[in-house]
Design a protein around this ligand. Structure first.
Ligand SMILES: C[S@@+](CC[C@H](N)C(=O)[O-])C[C@H]1O[C@@H](n2cnc3c(N)ncnc32)[C@H](O)[C@@H]1O
Length: 234
């Protein structure tokens, strides 16, 4: 698949393709990335011989963190955007970690049924319209092994009033600060808008349950600025 074969509604990491090369610095600045992704990995009950999929893996940060922490786990990353996969591959080559990155759509995963023990999705679901959210959940469920688990780390709704006021004020300021740091406020404006429009923690649980996931629950990090949802395929 090439860039021009991506669906019209495909949204690259920061919406504007030429900003993709700025993705890592922007995410490091706007999220406590290593802390929240580290918490996700510790929660996932990984052990040797497991096979895991990093869905919409972007620049591959989570895949590489998993491989570093659990060298015997077989890690694959998939993303639709060939440019971001080049960044992921270069990062992987630099640190000498064996992660397989592949191009493909999360709505049509190129894997057999029952392929993975764990599927992770980080900062991805807010890119999808409702139809694609349903398609992606169907695909995740299909490729998970029975007994496998899905983990989703997403921007969420702050569930603490004082923190919400602080967070909203910070959100209003961050495009201007972002312009000073990376020279463009648009990626920050896009990020803030998509977070505002994203479903809340309970709505995401409902969606998972509709797709047959069991024992679904979430936990908030940083008061709900991000949350980790998980569910089992039984
Ligand atoms: C905000 S980035 C998140 C990347 C990474 N998971 C992270 O935590 O940094 C969203 C990623 O989703 C990818 N993406 C968007 N729609 C997709 C789809 N339908 N199938 C596969 N990847 C998709 C984009 O190319 C982008 O790399």
């Amino acid at each position: 698949m090439k860039n021009n074969e991506l669906p019209d509604k495909y949204i690259t990491a920061l919406r504007i393709p030429w900003l993709t090369s700025l993705y890592d610095p922007i995410v490091i600045w706007t999220t406590r990335e290593s802390r929240v992704k580290g918490a996700l990995i510790e929660q996932a009950g990984l052990d040797a011989k497991m096979k895991v999929l990093d869905l919409a893996s972007g620049t591959g940060t989570l895949s590489l963190m998993i491989k570093q922490r659990f060298p015997c786990v077989d890690v694959e990353g998939i993303d639709g955007d060939p440019k971001i996969l080049q960044i992921a591959q270069a990062k992987s080559d630099r640190v000498g970690l064996d992660v397989k990155f592949e191009q493909g759509l999360a709505t049509q995963l190129p894997y057999a049924d029952f392929s993975f023990d764990r599927v992770f999705s980080t900062l991805f679901f807010h890119h999808l319209d409702l139809d694609d959210k349903h398609l992606v959940f169907t695909e995740i469920y299909r490729v998970l092994k029975p007994g496998g688990r899905f983990f989703c780390l997403e921007f969420s709704k702050v569930q603490n009033t004082s923190l919400e006021i602080l967070y909203n004020n910070f959100s209003k300021l961050s495009p201007s600060i972002g312009k000073l740091i990376v020279g463009d406020k648009e990626p920050y404006e896009y990020l803030i808008k998509s977070i505002e429009n994203f479903i809340n923690q309970d709505e995401l649980i409902d969606l998972m349950k509709k797709h047959n996931f069991k024992k679904c629950f979430y936990r908030n990090l940083s008061g709900g600025i991000v949350s980790i949802h998980s569910g089992w395929k039984i």
